[in-house]
Design a protein around this ligand. Structure first.
Ligand SMILES: Cc1cc2nc3c(=O)[nH]c(=O)nc-3n(C[C@H](O)[C@H](O)[C@H](O)COP(=O)(O)O)c2cc1C
Length: 221
């Protein structure tokens, strides 16, 4: 698959088939992503990948906490406020998603059921947790972001689907204990990987983008 096709075909998948992704494929994906650029070639990303019984234990523990009403506590704090234009895009995105699934965004029970899917890891057979040394700055988070996109694009070459999600790291202490992640590493983000269930309504919506004319400002060309 060429890179342009990979960029256009990647989208967040919110319902996976239980079919596993083999370790060889995961290694090839990670090896390609590992080519990401970074500040001074510091390569700050540390990756912990859970599947099989390890992931099932985490899934059960996440659901238990979610069902008990425990709030998410990602180690990289969630923004408290968004500039209005971004807030509006997020609201439109949520409204489009609900409409594409034929659901009402005003139904609290439906909203909760959709959020709960996050804590089931969307049924994915694999989750990669991206971590970073605590003392580093946003420059290094930038590097991990580039690694993350590399993972999701390389996955397309092997017909593997993905979703990056903060909810996958909602209860970091569970992940840290299960995967024996050292205390000096921040657990930044999870990327669920697997094969999309094409029939599932959660996979019907597609997010929109601003026009590129709105995003870029050319000068001198
Ligand atoms: C840092 C980050 C955190 C995200 N967290 C979640 C999440 O917790 N749950 C979720 O359903 N989607 C999550 N997403 C996916 C975004 O909603 C999605 O990327 C966006 O709506 C654009 O859609 P697309 O990925 O299908 O192109 C996250 C994406 C990023 C980059």
């Amino acid at each position: 698959m060429n890179i342009i096709d990979a960029l256009h075909s990647r989208h967040s998948v919110r319902a996976f088939k239980p079919e596993p992704v083999d370790k060889e494929t995961l290694l090839k994906i990670m090896q390609a992503a590992n080519q990401a650029p970074s500040w001074g070639n510091s390569q700050p990303w540390e990756v912990f990948i859970a599947g099989g019984e390890t992931l099932e234990r985490l899934r059960r523990a996440f659901l238990e906490r979610f069902d008990a009403g425990l709030p998410m506590q990602p180690e990289l704090p969630r923004p408290q406020q968004w500039p209005p234009a971004l807030q509006q895009r997020m609201a439109e995105n949520a409204a489009n998603r609900f409409a594409a699934m034929g659901l009402s965004p005003d139904n609290e029970a439906v909203k909760k059921a959709i959020t709960r899917r996050n804590y089931e890891f969307f049924g994915a057979p694999v989750v990669a947790y991206l971590c970073l040394e605590r003392s580093l700055t946003p420059w290094s988070i930038f590097d991990v972001g580039m690694f993350a996109l590399g993972v999701m694009l390389a996955a397309r070459e092997y017909s593997v689907d993905s979703i990056p999600a903060v909810n996958l790291v909602a209860y970091p202490e569970l992940i840290r204990a299960e995967l024996e992640i050292p205390e000096n590493l921040l657990i930044l983000l999870g990327i669920a990987l697997g094969y999309a269930d094409p029939e599932h309504p959660a996979n019907k919506p597609r997010s929109l983008r601003r026009s590129i004319q709105e995003v870029i400002r050319f000068k001198g060309l």
